[in-house]
Design a protein around this ligand. Structure first.
Ligand SMILES: [Zn+2]
Length: 356
């Protein structure tokens, strides 16, 4: 069984799977945040193969915390797949499994980290002006109302925004990333987070030797149930998109040309590869698995955001909201898990094929 119900369980399975391969993962302990049950939180890194290899395949889970229940399951399936590991050896590719990029959100069933930061908006230069995100200010008060559940007037105002501007504009306003409302949704932070700094440190460890780097970052919450959309996770560059399509097929989508179901984003995790592995050629995707219909996913995020701002909420409402968030980003169903693993394996194999 590859999928878990708690962060601790997932981490324990990851360590066991690595141990059965004779690998002791490197542990990066969070200096201050604690888990839901008071447990120590960490990002754990298992390197399968020669750490000095020229070719790397990086597989990351839990960038968006609660989405780690999916990503961890996919990682465990690959760690336990002798054919995949043999293929990696044959092609000279070192596989780097990074478990729980955002362990706080993983443990607390939240998409954001200990500081309410959306890590996949955090990897940009915070000394420079932020990308435009003015539209978020128009919806912030509606998304994060004073009381939960929101009243009819709030929902009517959201419906009116969508009516007048269109669903795509609403999605961009909500989820495109913003840097002005620390208590809001899709907040990219105002400084590099602990996870950001930790990922960069571990990448630099590979920098002297890495020449060819593939990266798959596992996500959930967008698109049809179980369908894995392969979203180019890179800068806006036609040649790089073409290279990603050569690896994973023409179905690779882009947030820059409107072909993705995702809003246009800045500050993606995987873009750290450009800065920390400058001598390597980087090719990466996020695999975005669908869960529930979009309105339900957004409602869960709004509820979870409200809960963070209202620690006085009673225990039953707290439990209901966190469960709602977990269910919006992880379908605890055999058919869903099977298709997640099948698609993850195909993507990872395709990267090995391209590397070999
Ligand atoms: Zn995500």
């Amino acid at each position: 069984m590859n999928f878990s119900q708690t962060y601790d369980e997932a981490r324990g399975r990851f360590l066991s799977a690595a141990a059965s391969l004779g690998i002791a993962p490197e542990r990066h302990i969070h200096p201050s945040a604690r888990g839901h049950d008071g447990e120590t939180l960490s990002m754990d890194v298992a390197v399968i193969g020669d750490a000095k290899a020229a070719k790397l395949l990086i597989l990351t889970s839990g960038t968006h915390g609660v989405e780690g229940y999916c990503g961890s399951g996919a990682q465990l399936a690959l760690l336990g797949d002798p054919a995949f590991l043999a293929h990696a050896r044959e092609t000279g590719v070192t596989v780097v499994f990074v478990h729980a990029v955002n362990p706080y959100g993983f443990s607390h069933w939240s998409r954001t980290n200990e500081d309410n930061i959306d890590l996949n908006r955090n990897f940009l230069d915070h000394a420079k002006p932020y990308p435009p995100h003015a539209a978020y200010a128009e919806v912030h008060a509606l998304l994060v109302p004073r009381s939960w559940p929101p009243d009819a007037a709030t929902e009517a105002a959201i419906a009116e925004f969508i009516d007048q501007r269109g669903m795509r504009a609403y999605q961009q306003a909500v989820s495109g990333g913003q840097y002005a409302f620390a208590d809001g949704l899709f907040f990219g932070g105002n400084a590099p987070s602990w996870s950001n700094r930790t990922v960069r440190t571990l990448l630099r460890g590979f920098a002297p030797n890495a020449r060819e780097v593939f990266w798959i970052d596992f996500h959930t919450g967008l698109g049809p149930y179980g369908h894995g959309e392969l979203i180019h996770a890179a800068r806006d560059d036609a040649a790089e998109l073409a290279r990603a399509k050569a690896v994973w097929g023409d179905k690779v989508t882009s947030v820059y040309d409107g072909s993705s179901t995702s809003a246009r984003l800045d500050g993606l995790l995987a873009c750290s590869a450009y800065e920390e592995l400058p001598q390597a050629r980087y090719t990466g995707i996020a695999i975005e698995y669908g869960t529930l219909p979009q309105p339900q996913v957004l409602l869960a995020l709004r509820a979870e955001n409200w809960l963070r701002l209202h620690p006085e909420a009673d225990a039953s409402l707290r439990a209901a909201i966190t469960k709602q968030c977990r269910d919006a980003f992880y379908c605890d169903a055999d058919d869903w898990k099977a298709t997640i693993v099948e698609q993850a394996r195909k993507c990872a194999e395709d990267a090995l094929g391209a590397a070999g």
